[in-house]
Design a protein around this ligand. Structure first.
Ligand SMILES: Cc1ncc(C[n+]2csc(CCOP(=O)(O)OP(=O)(O)O)c2C)c(N)n1
Length: 643
């Protein structure tokens, strides 16, 4: 271990949560301090989610000290706060590999550890999962390890999603013993919005935490040594701590709280009490601070939600300087300009104002920008009605999160032909967040919808034009996708100009083989083209711009003029290439033996790594394209391993 790592004598002796059972409460307090220092030290080397984990250090220790994991199923909602949990559950030796190729995932993952009973990364699934485990337990499910209690830990941001309430409604009805810990730090990534957030604040502003702390301590001091009279203690604890929570009670939960989530005494007492007594669903409302115990995180606007590698002493993040603006920023600035020209343009985000760049739009047009909370389904239907009401909504979501609003895209938007503009960020592979966040499926799930216009930007200048195209297209729904990260560094247009719907563009005229690119693989295609030219084969290259409607003339001309056509996209099978194949098949092009290949993401979930490594694993880099061209022309073995 390097000398600048924190001293962690107690943590060093913890191999698994079972070791916590031997520690006194005072030692558990110290363990929490060491765990916090270790988390900060690890994330300073790896980057990743910091603030949420720091906020649940005491909670993590208390739950593992009181419950019997992995038999008791502990489910972290979103699970971006799981690093301290990973350190305590036998993964400390690999914690500095977090989010790197072949390293630990930044989220809980079933294949990684029995202490991760349910994978997550999209929010608000934990209560449903906990209930499922509980029912499986009661109906005799026999997984390994055997089933015990089920505990969900869910943040106040994630609690705002419909799914959490659907699960509570069901759990309250079934009435089984299970535990929901509401980790309330008054933060989502951005400050949370909405009525639930105000309700939660009222719950503890009415009853000062200090009084409850005193009450909890008072209750404790009445008691004989731990566990001798747990029932008596439980009665007192519950009496003193139940001060509100009508909403949860109406849903069929017992409500305990609010309690101070950084006070180990209080946490341990409450956890032991509920563990001993609960015989129905119980919600424990815990107040924590995002970023707790690390000043640079506590002071950050997002409370240290996600960070690059950083210097522990100063908190200064180590980021590589960027040469080109991010796609997100280009989108946001283009939307602001479009909004200046057209006051009907409005924008919708689901709890991602910064991630989608809509914070810029909100600053400029506060009344025309809506953060609906973590509520993609609602966000899509809300956008549909905004469109029906004569506005021009841009519904800005990451590809992966829009999946949650899919029925709304089909049923409320496409079926009614409403002109919602979907701005789809993080399209394609995203790097360290891994498979849960990959934007792999949107081309497939949008391009099959009647009336939907589906675009992908090949570079940041194209993105500006696509924002203008979507703004101008008022006849039905449209979507444009763009990746995470920086643009290509191309010259930027002063203003976006609407593209002709369903028309691609020629990039380079060559011979024998044509490559038709959809999205930002165009850069890799051009690299491959250079390498191929050096071998005497110059492919024709075109940018499709649209997966729907397809540029039929362009595609059929490319097919007529070449021996082979290769499509490439940053998406799963069933997307652009499949639509082109369908067109060629229907037009009879294959009847004469025409050669066609579609380069798509492989039919597997690709683990976290940096994006270049992920695209290498996916076989979509320049070398793979070159090999594909050689193979389709029958030229080849040279470097043709994936063709
Ligand atoms: C369905 C979905 N939408 C958006 C996100 C992006 N996201 C990740 S964490 C987060 C905030 C979660 O807030 P909260 O549950 O309060 O946890 P905290 O980070 O405050 O601990 C959001 C919006 C997501 N993970 N899943």
């Amino acid at each position: 271990m390097s000398s600048d790592r924190p001293a962690t004598p107690l943590l060093d002796a913890v191999q698994s949560p079972a070791d916590l059972k031997r520690l006194s409460d005072a030692q558990l307090r110290q363990l929490a301090d060491e765990l916090r220092a270790e988390t900060i030290s690890a994330v300073s080397e790896t980057g990743g989610h910091l603030g949420a984990g720091l906020g649940v250090v005491e909670l993590t220790v208390a739950i593992h000290a009181v419950f019997d994991t992995p038999r008791d199923r502990l489910i972290w909602d979103v699970s971006h706060q799981c690093y301290p949990h990973k350190i305590l559950t036998g993964r400390r030796d690999r914690i500095r590999t977090l989010r790197q190729k072949d390293g630990l995932s930044g989220f809980t993952k079933r294949s990684e550890s029995p202490y991760d009973p349910f994978g997550a990364a999209h929010s608000s699934t934990s209560i449903s999962a906990a209930l499922g485990f509980k029912v499986a337990h009661d109906l005799g499910g026999t997984p390994d390890p055997a089933l015990g209690d089920a505990i969900a830990v869910i943040g106040d941001g994630s609690m705002s999603a419909g799914m959490a309430f659907e699960a509570m409604n069901n759990a309250g009805h079934l009435g089984k013993r299970m535990f929901v810990v509401l980790n309330d730090n008054e933060m989502s990534i951005a400050p949370p919005t909405g009525a639930l957030s105000s309700y939660l604040s009222r719950l503890y502003s009415e009853e000062p935490l200090q009084d409850l702390k005193a009450a909890a301590k008072g209750a404790l001091s009445l008691l004989p040594p731990p566990l001798q009279d747990a029932a008596h203690r439980a009665k007192d604890m519950l009496k003193h701590t139940m001060v509100g929570g009508t909403l949860f009670e109406e849903l069929g939960f017992k409500y305990v709280g609010p309690i101070d989530g950084h006070d180990m005494d209080q946490l341990l007492a409450v956890m032991r009490t509920v563990h001993h007594r609960a015989n129905e669903p119980i919600l424990i409302h815990v107040i924590t601070k995002k970023g707790k115990g690390y000043r640079p995180a506590e002071m950050a606007a997002d409370k240290g939600h996600a960070t690059a590698k950083f210097d522990v002493l100063t908190g200064k993040q180590k980021k590589a300087p960027s040469n080109a603006p991010s796609y997100t920023k280009v989108f946001a600035e283009a939307l602001v300009k479009a909004g200046e020209a057209d006051d009907k343009i409005v924008a919708v985000t689901a709890a991602m104002p910064d991630g989608t760049g809509l914070n810029l739009f909100a600053e400029r047009f506060p009344k025309r920008c809506f953060d609906v909370g973590i509520a993609e389904q609602h966000g899509v239907t809300f956008s549909a009605a905004l469109a029906a009401g004569g506005l021009k909504p841009f519904c800005a979501m990451y590809s992966t999160f829009l999946q949650r609003g899919y029925d709304q895209v089909v049923h409320d938007v496409a079926l009614q032909g409403l002109p919602v503009r979907f701005a789809i960020d993080r399209a394609g592979l995203v790097g360290a967040d891994g498979a849960t966040h990959a934007g792999s499926f949107d081309i497939a799930y949008l391009a099959n919808l009647p009336g939907m216009v589906v675009m992908a930007a090949a570079d940041e200048a194209e993105l500006v034009h696509m924002v203008a195209t979507a703004a101008a297209h008022d006849d039905g729904p449209s979507a444009f996708r763009f990746p995470r990260g920086e643009g290509e560094g191309v010259d930027m247009p002063e203003r976006g100009v609407p593209l002709e719907i369903g028309k691609g563009r020629m990039i380079q005229q060559g011979a024998r083989v044509a490559i038709l690119s959809f999205g930002t693989r165009l850069g890799e295609v051009m690299k491959a083209s250079e390498a191929l030219s050096a071998r005497g084969i110059t492919p024709t290259v075109a940018d499709a711009r649209f997966a729907k409607p397809l540029d039929r003339d362009l595609i059929l001309t490319l097919a007529a003029d070449h021996e082979a056509l290769i499509t490439i996209e940053e998406g799963a099978v069933g997307g652009f290439g499949s639509h082109v194949a369908q067109l060629l098949a229907d037009a009879g092009v294959f009847d004469a033996g025409f050669k066609f290949r579609a380069m798509v993401l492989p039919d597997s979930f690709i683990d976290h790594a940096n994006p270049a490594d992920m695209y290498a694993a996916a076989g979509l880099n320049a070398a793979d394209i070159e090999a594909k061209v050689l193979a389709v022309l029958g030229l080849g073995q040279v470097g043709a391993k994936r063709a």
